[in-house]
Design a protein around this ligand. Structure first.
Ligand SMILES: Nc1nc2c(ncn2[C@@H]2O[C@H](COP(=O)(O)OP(=O)(O)OP(=O)(O)O)[C@@H](O)[C@H]2O)c(=O)[nH]1
Ligand SMILES: [Mg+2]
Length: 325
């Protein structure tokens, strides 16, 4: 299941108590203090992993707790530190403290991690507290408490090229032609219910990530259809490809509608690289000749015949290179 938002509670471990202990040796009546230190409580960390695409596991698990540090022991033995608990999440996960709203981290690279709850320090054993006036301290520090937090985890997919279009425009067919992604394809609207990601390979070694999101309809930014929930997955897309059916009698109108929905949701879409793909051009006897719509470059394609797909990929790469990382 595709889960792109969840709340989770995290609790780090408490530090172990320092020990109060004295040396007991035969023939040495008053041995000095030898209480060891408590171990450190376990941290809870969140870590981005490239093989994950959903927050599903975190949603089911709901809470993560690290163990407490072990108590210090006699003979100056320290308690052992508790292990770290790792919460694996997909790349593109934004972590905020649910109480304060503070952004704790935005994990955008594979392997990137953040400590969300720090384990408490262990207490010092009584061996640390012997002085010239008090050679037998009956005091050791308690361990410090851990932290407890409720976090909001929000996944905003990272992709290079995002496909935007009305339902049925041919988005899923296109991603299935260019990548190994195999989304459901059908001639009814809202076939796609969750975003799909695919990797487009080109040249010998290069590739970019393409995202197919559910179709947008007018009012999507207000919650109509499915669009609104998924628009955030386009927020970090570097190039937007607007898919409009070649048979659409009013492509300008459709483009404005789609663009308006995006910009209403997230004004920064305004300055994103964009191009228009006139899809299903095999349905026309002669592929459309339009070069621009509303000032945006147009490419005619047909995912069925393969027409124009190479031109599209080349253009997308050119734009990605131009926009830098
Ligand atoms: N003739 C022709 N039909 C196409 C082409 N691309 C897609 N279709 C058909 O158009 C219909 C919709 O295609 P999808 O890829 O599911 O469209 P979508 O944009 O993903 O639709 P939603 O997920 O509902 O938003 C399907 O019946 C496809 O077979 C094309 O290049 N030529
Ligand atoms: Mg689809």
């Amino acid at each position: 299941m595709f889960v792109d938002y969840t709340k989770v509670t995290v609790k780090s471990g408490k530090g172990g108590k320092g020990s109060i202990s004295f040396r007991h040796e035969k023939f040495v009546p008053k041995g000095g203090p030898n209480g060891g230190d408590g171990g450190v409580g376990g941290d809870v960390i969140v870590k981005a992993e490239s093989n994950l695409y959903t927050l599903q596991d975190v949603k089911y698990r709901k809470s993560y707790r690290a163990e407490d540090g072990q108590q210090g022991m006699g003979a100056l033995k320290s308690g052992s530190d508790a292990g770290t608990v790792i919460i694996p999440v997909p790349i593109g996960t934004l972590i905020t403290d649910a109480k304060t709203g503070e952004i704790l981290a935005d994990l955008i690279e594979d392997g990137q991690s953040v400590v969300v709850a720090k384990g408490g320090k262990g207490g010092k054993g009584n061996a640390h507290f012997a002085t010239s006036t008090n050679r037998t301290p009956r005091y050791a520090q308690p361990g410090l408490p851990g932290e407890e937090k409720t976090l909001n985890l929000e996944l905003k997919i990272l992709s290079d090229v995002g496909l935007v279009g009305l339902p049925n425009a041919g988005k899923s067919t296109l991603i299935s032609k260019l990548t190994a992604a195999r989304p459901k394809i059908a001639d009814y609207p809202f076939t796609t219910l969750v975003p799909n990601l695919g990797i487009v390979k080109y040249g010998n070694y290069r590739s970019f990530v393409m995202a197919d999101v559910p179709g947008l309809i007018e009012g999507a930014h207000l919650g109509k259809g499915l669009g609104h929930r998924f628009l955030r997955h386009l927020e970090r897309t570097r190039v937007l490809a607007f898919l409009i059916e070649a048979t659409d009698p009013h492509p300008e109108k459709t483009y404005r509608l789609l663009n308006n929905e995006l910009v209403q949701h997230y004004p920064k879409f305004e300055n994103r690289g964009r191009l228009i793909l006139l899809t299903k051009s095999d349905l026309l006897e002669i592929p459309p000749k339009k070069r621009k719509i509303c000032g945006i470059d147009v490419i005619s394609i047909s995912a069925v015949s393969g027409y124009g797909l190479g031109t599209f990929v080349d253009k997308a790469v050119q734009m990605l290179d131009g926009y830098g990382k």
